[in-house]
Design a protein around this ligand. Structure first.
Ligand code: 13P
Length: 254
């Protein structure tokens, strides 16, 4: 089975102390993950080392950055490179979240550079895609997300792309309390997998975990994750509440 993943995206929330307490509370639930399951915490940069040491003794609990810069190194004050993340043993990085695309003008081409830098530094990108409301209303969401994959990932060979985690996050469902229905999520995930299969073959496409993101909560996770092509979730708001995220981890397919 491909990996089933519950990924917390804290975004720009929580103080260091609140983050530490939240991790303690989630880990206190002592959920044993199978070899096919992962729980990932994508935390703000200043909390990466603390989070790494919190999960150090746990099996299949991982730490992720929320972003990295699209250049290797140099005079880019305030930015953080993939190489820096690698040097503190961070093995995952969220790339192309819709908030970064929208507020920081990240383009598909820049994201291709970020993906390359991550892979060069042994970091698995959690690559986000997803359409805004007007595209969904026009019914052209399938083409829209296919272009996102094509322009940021399809330069990669199959043996690299197979390790990437994809997160489908319809923008209209993020932080709105409006979740895609289980059928909408499954339909889009199957589409994404077919786009990957057309480029890389069905064997490679079948290995790639595709997470759903957008108002995942304790009370809808199990149903969303039950679909065959939904391999877990990328969770914002509900990942800030220990009891919610614990339940979401427990909702992963086993
Ligand atoms: P919410 O779960 O708060 O809707 O956020 C989803 C998200 O953007 C995760 O990256």
């Amino acid at each position: 089975m491909r990996k089933q993943i519950a990924a917390a995206n804290w975004k720009m929330n929580l103080t260091f102390q609140q983050g530490e307490k939240l991790l303690d509370d989630v880990l206190a639930a002592k959920i044993r993950l199978s070899p096919d399951q992962l729980a990932i915490f994508a935390v703000p940069f200043p909390y990466l080392l603390m989070t790494r040491s919190e999960v150090a003794e746990e099996t299949n609990y991982e730490v992720s950055a929320q972003n990295c810069y699209h250049k290797k190194s140099g005079a880019f004050t305030g930015e953080v490179s993939a190489e820096m993340l690698h040097s503190i043993a961070v093995n995952y990085c969220v790339i192309g979240h819709s908030e970064r695309r929208e507020y920081f003008n990240e383009t598909n081409a820049m994201l291709a550079d970020k993906v390359n830098l991550c892979l060069e530094n042994e970091i698995i990108p959690i690559f986000c895609c997803g359409e805004p409301l007007n595209i969904r209303e026009a019914g052209t969401q399938n083409d829209y997300v296919a272009v996102q994959l094509k322009e940021s990932l399809f330069h990669l060979p199959a043996d690299k792309v197979k390790d990437i985690i994809i997160a489908y996050e319809p923008i209209w469902a993020i932080g709105t309390g409006k979740t895609a229905t289980t059928a909408q999520a499954q339909e889009m995930h199957a589409h994404l997998r077919s786009v990957l299969a057309a480029q890389y073959g069905s064997q490679t496409a079948g290995q790639i975990s595709i997470l759903y993101g957008g108002s995942v909560k304790a009370n809808n996770a199990k149903e969303l994750f039950s679909s065959p092509d939904v391999d877990g979730g990328l969770v914002g708001g509900a990942s800030l509440v220990a009891s919610e995220f614990i339940e979401i981890i427990r909702s992963l397919k086993s």
